[in-house]
Design a binder for this molecule. Structure first.
Ligand code: COA
Length: 279
C-alpha cells in the first residue's frame, strides 16, 4: 500500500440519512492518534463540513477502542527524535483538528465505544455531545507513563468535572467506566453497548429536525459564554442572534408564526416544521 493510501485508511467515513459516521480506523493500534491519522482527520473534516448531505457528524472508533490517546511511538517518540520543529508540527496537526471540531459548522457527537485515554479527551470535548457505552473505559493514563495530561486533557477535566474529581482522575491514573463518566458529566449518557448506535442515531434525528443556523449559533454560544461575565454574555448573545438572522431570518419568523398564528406546535415541547418554511 502506498503511503497516501495508508494515511487515508486511518479514518473511515460512512454517510447515511444525513449523518456522517466518522471512525478513527486503526483498530489494531486501538485507534491511537498518529501524525498520519491527524492529517487525514483534518482532510475528512474539511470535506464534510459544508457537504449538503451531512447534517450531523458522529465521531467514533473502529473495534474495541474509541481512541487510546496519542500514539506513543509515532506521535511522541518518532517526532521528538526529529527535533522541536517536528514535535511542534505534530502538535499543530493534532490540536488543529480538535479545534476545528470545537467550532464545527455541524452539530457533533462523540460516540465512545471503548477505550478512551489521554489525548482522546481532546476530540471527546471537541464534540458538542458525548454518548458512551456503559462498559467503555476512560482514563488519564499520562501519569502512569510519566507525563502531565497535555494536549488539552487537563483543561478538559478541569472544565467538565468538579475540582476534586478532576484532580483525583488526573493524579491517580485510575480508570472509570461509561456509567461513572456519565455520573461525572464527562459524557451525556451511558448506554448498553448493543444499543449505543441506535440511541446516537435517535439523537442525530432530533438534531436534524432543528434549524441548522440556530444550532450552530447555539453550540458556539454555549462554549463562548462560559468564559464571559453575565453582561458580556448578554451582549454577545444579542449580536450572535442578529448575525444568525442575516443567514436565516425566515426560519425564526416561521418558528414564531407556527406557534403564535398557526398554533401547530409549542416551542417548549418540540421544534417547528422546517418543511413548511416559505410555503
Ligand atoms: N500508542 C502507541 N501504541 C499503542 C497505543 C498508544 N497510545 N495504544 C495501543 N497501542 C498499540 C500497542 O502497542 C499494540 O501494538 P502491537 O500490536 O504492535 O504490540 C496494539 O496497539 C494493541 O494494544 P494492546 O495494548 O495489545 O491492546 P489491549 O486491548 O490489550 O489494551 C489499552 C488496550 C488501551 C489498555 C492499551 O493498549 C494501553 O494502555 N494503551 C496506551 C493508553 C495510553 O496511555 N494512552 C495515553 C496516551 S496520551
Amino acid at each position: 500500500m502506498s503511503n497516501v493510501a495508508a494515511e487515508q485508511n486511518t479514518v473511515a467515513v460512512h454517510i447515511e440519512n444525513n449523518v456522517a459516521w466518522v471512525k478513527l480506523n486503526r483498530p489494531e493500534k486501538r485507534n491511537c492518534m498518529s501524525p498520519s491519522l491527524n492529517r487525514q482527520m483534518m482532510r475528512v473534516l474539511d470535506e464534510l463540513e459544508f457537504n449538503a448531505d451531512v447534517g450531523v457528524l458522529v465521531l467514533t472508533g473502529e473495534g474495541t477502542a474509541f481512541s487510546a490517546g496519542m500514539d506513543l511511538k509515532e506521535y511522541f517518540r518518532e517526532t521528538e527524535a526529529q527535533g522541536l520543529g517536528a514535535t511542534r508540527q505534530a502538535q499543530r496537526e493534532a490540536y488543529g483538528w480538535w479545534r476545528r471540531l470545537r467550532w464545527y459548522q455541524k452539530p457533533t457527537i462523540a460516540m465512545v465505544n471503548g477505550w478512551c485515554f489521554g489525548g482522546a479527551y481532546g476530540p471527546l470535548f471537541a464534540c458538542d455531545l458525548a454518548f458512551a457505552a456503559e462498559d467503555a473505559t476512560f482514563g488519564l493514563s499520562e501519569i502512569n507513563w510519566g507525563i502531565l495530561p497535555g494536549g488539552g486533557a487537563s483543561k478538559v477535566v478541569a472544565d467538565l468535572l468538579p475540582m476534586r474529581k478532576a484532580m483525583y482522575h488526573a493524579m491517580l491514573g485510575e480508570n472509570i467506566d461509561g456509567v461513572t463518566a456519565a455520573e461525572w458529566g464527562l459524557v451525556n449518557e451511558a448506554i448498553p453497548s448493543a444499543q449505543l448506535k441506535t440511541r446516537v442515531a435517535e439523537v442525530c434525528q432530533v438534531l436534524l429536525d432543528k434549524n441548522p443556523v440556530a444550532l450552530k449559533a447555539t453550540k458556539d454560544a454555549i462554549r463562548r459564554v462560559k468564559e464571559m461575565t453575565y453582561d458580556n454574555a448578554e451582549d454577545y448573545l444579542v449580536r450572535a442572534q442578529e448575525a444568525a438572522n442575516s443567514y436565516d431570518n425566515d426560519g425564526r419568523k416561521e418558528g414564531i408564526k407556527q406557534f403564535i398564528d398557526d398554533k401547530t406546535y409549542k416551542p417548549g415541547l418540540g421544534a417547528y416544521d422546517k418543511s413548511r418554511q416559505g410555503n
